[in-house]
Design a protein around this ligand. Structure first.
Ligand SMILES: C[S@@+](CC[C@H](N)C(=O)[O-])C[C@H]1O[C@@H](n2cnc3c(N)ncnc32)[C@H](O)[C@@H]1O
Length: 147
């Protein structure tokens, strides 16, 4: 995002009279929030643009509080996506080339420590890709042996 986009968001919030929202500038790979501080992580069509989705999903898991939810919309590549499409920069900026497959996304969420992974394809966005709603949850904290 750019500073201009943040300014616009802040202006829109002010015009709408919304005063319970704070906009922070940061990167998916380094969210400017402490660990376990967030109830829900949402996003629409952003994760597919990150170079390393695994870093992004680990970061989402870090900021979620125990029991917190991950619920995003993103593009998923078909397992048989043509290598030419994967290498096409226009397709990357169109959110298609960089997309994970459903299996890769599920694995990356699980590796990040999230559970209850649920992926629902909503509609096709390309011959080799679909939009999907992807949900998961950070496990509740378990009491330790002394707790
Ligand atoms: C396709 S737009 C989606 C924007 C918005 N979520 C929407 O639905 O209209 C992707 C956005 O992700 C931002 N973006 C891409 N990579 C990012 C990253 N690594 N960290 C933070 N934002 C990123 C871009 O600047 C852009 O604003």
């Amino acid at each position: 995002m750019t500073p201009e986009m943040l300014d616009l968001a802040r202006r829109n919030a002010a015009e709408a009279g919304v005063d319970n929202v704070v906009f922070l500038q940061g990167y998916l790979e380094e969210i400017p929030l402490p660990a376990a501080s967030v109830d829900v992580v949402i996003s629409n069509c952003v994760i597919n643009l990150a170079a390393d989705k695994r870093v992004v999903l680990r970061e989402a898991a870090r900021v979620l509080r125990p029991g917190g939810r991950f619920a995003v919309s993103d593009v998923l590549a078909d397992p048989d996506m043509d290598p030419a499409v994967r290498a096409d920069l226009d397709q990357w900026t169109g959110c298609v080339a960089g997309a994970l497959t459903r299996g890769d996304f599920e694995r990356a969420l699980t590796e990040a420590g999230l559970t209850e992974v649920d992926v629902i394809e909503s509609h096709r966005v390309h011959e080799h890709a679909a939009s999907a709603v992807i949900r998961a949850r950070k496990p509740e904290a378990t009491e330790d042996a002394h707790g």
